[in-house]
Design a protein around this ligand. Structure first.
Ligand SMILES: Nc1nc2c(ncn2[C@@H]2O[C@H](COP(=O)(O)OP(=O)(O)OP(=O)(O)O)[C@@H](O)[C@H]2O)c(=O)[nH]1
Ligand SMILES: [Mg+2]
Length: 455
């Protein structure tokens, strides 16, 4: 991608709307727009102010009435000279203006190219640039909170501190190698071991935070499972507050899985209603549905396992099968409106060492469940100031941990300085790759291509 060229793109969504925003960036873009702007002379007016006028084509014919704003380098998003044109919200008009500019020296921007230029021009580091995409994609309070933290440099600062600590020792060890013949020791071995131990500890904490970060960013897969007729679809409808799934008293009503987004306590869940699990079914379609249920249980992070309070047969078998999934399970006893006496269920709960949550999905009495879910997500997912949300960062941190552990092993086993230096260098490089201190064109291309055009 040529950094010298003027780029242009629609920053608003390409659909009919009240106003469209066209972004133009690159040296000479003010003079380019000025050729087609009827109003003030853009080259002689102050930057950062809204100007009223018209965009006209080469024949002087008006394309649209617009407001525009010029920015001088480096005081713009890309740190380059920029113009932002607000035109009427017709895609056709916006395209005509962009076409006019492209015919006269600009070119269409690639996805994320404005942010890429901002990064290359030093506006922010790579982790912060990635946070811009997270912020745009954020759909919940928590997602915004984590993206904002990263955008403000919170994650980058943590990474930089760890990297600097290791880098300092690395320099001393390299110096020792330079003076190998004199057998000197610049790096205090005990301090080095302590620093590596502490760094591993922090890296492990960051890796652990990915569970929260990923859940917040991509939603938590939550599967409702149980025997046919337990009331799973009734619960789904109640949680979504709409008649999404068919409910009937015929066991085996839900055949295929039903997936919907569900927002709860500032988090997004991928709520999945499934076909009831039973052993003996003659229907091959129902059998396929059950197989899909089992697949969904594998990808679940949380399972709502539902019993019908009036059916206490083979509960132990069901519990043991679901426990094998190794997921967080909420054990729900539904239809509690029909029966209040529960000694059998309580005995079962005690034997199986599980907590039972009594609800009535049909009568919208699910407080026991929602309260328990609330407590769980508060404990497991919320209340963190920061979390890694990015797969790329996670991978780099895992690599860092591996290198540091190997470095430590080499140190403790008295291996040669070269090996320790090699591993610490790997760790420094991996940490640096998160903030973009070390990066290559391929990595950058991959990151920014996931942005929208115009950002
Ligand atoms: N009394 C009572 N009936 C309920 C309750 N919840 C669901 N039902 C009834 O139980 C029957 C089965 O409900 P569904 O929601 O279709 O059950 P399901 O678990 O999705 O069943 P499958 O799709 O066949 O696996 C329906 O007749 C519901 O009206 C409840 O809390 N109380
Ligand atoms: Mg159902």
């Amino acid at each position: 991608m040529n950094q010298e060229q003027i780029i242009v793109a629609l920053a608003s969504a390409p659909m009919q709307s009240a106003i469209h925003l066209i972004r133009i960036s690159g040296k000479g873009c003010i003079s380019l727009v000025n050729k087609f702007f009827k109003g003030k002379n853009l080259e002689k007016t102050n930057p950062n102010q809204q100007l009223y006028g018209h965009i006209v084509n080469q024949e002087g014919k008006t394309i649209d009435e617009v407001m525009l704003c010029c920015f001088h380098a480096p005081k713009s998003y890309t740190k380059e000279e920029m113009v932002e044109i607000s035109c009427h919200g017709s895609v056709y008009i916006a395209q005509k203006i962009m076409h006019l500019l492209c015919e006269n020296g600009a070119r269409p921007a690639a996805a994320g190219e404005f942010t890429q230029r901002a990064y290359l021009n030093g506006r922010f580091d790579l982790a912060q640039a990635e946070a811009v995409a997270d912020l745009i994609g954020a759909e919940t309070e928590e997602a915004i909170k984590l993206a904002m933290y990263q955008l403000k440099g919170g994650i980058s600062n943590k990474i930089d501190l760890l990297r600097t600590d290791i880098l300092n020792f690395l320099s001393l060890l390299e110096l020792e190698l330079d003076f190998a013949e004199e057998d000197v020791e610049f790096a205090n071995r005990q301090q080095l071991e302590d620093t590596i131990t502490q760094t591993i500890h922090h890296v492990v904490q960051l890796i652990g935070s990915f569970k929260t970060g990923n859940a917040v960013k991509n939603g938590i897969p939550l599967v409702i499972a149980g025997k046919p007729n337990a009331g799973k679809s009734t619960l789904l409808n109640h949680l979504l507050n709409e008649e999404r799934a068919i409910v009937s008293d015929i066991p085996g009503t839900t055949r295929d899985t039903i997936e919907e987004r569900f927002y709860f306590s500032g988090l997004q869940f991928n709520l999945i209603d499934t076909a009831g699990i039973r052993q003996n079914t003659d229907s091959s379609i129902e059998q396929i549905g059950i197989e899909r249920t089992l697949q969904k249980l594998e990808i679940a992070e949380i399972i709502f396992y539902m019993f019908d309070m009036q059916d206490i047969t083979d509960i132990e078998k069901q519990v043991s099968e679901i426990k094998q999934c190794n997921k967080k399970v909420f054990w729900i006893v539904n239809k509690s409106d029909k029966q209040t006496n529960t000694p059998e269920w309580e005995a079962l709960a005690k034997k199986e060492k599980i907590d039972l949550l009594y609800v009535s999905a049909a009568h919208h009495h699910t407080e026991a469940l929602t309260q328990s879910l609330q407590e769980y997500i508060q404990r497991e997912y919320l209340g963190r100031d920061y979390a890694i949300t990015n797969q790329r960062h996670l991978h780099a941190l895992q690599q860092t941990k591996e290198s540091l552990s190997k470095g430590m092993e080499a140190l403790q086993n008295g291996f040669s300085g070269e090996i320790v230096v090699f591993e610490l260098k790997q760790a420094v490089e991996n940490l640096g790759s998160i903030t973009g201190k070390i990066s290559n064109d391929e990595v950058l291309g991959n990151i920014f291509s996931k942005f929208c055009i115009g950002k």
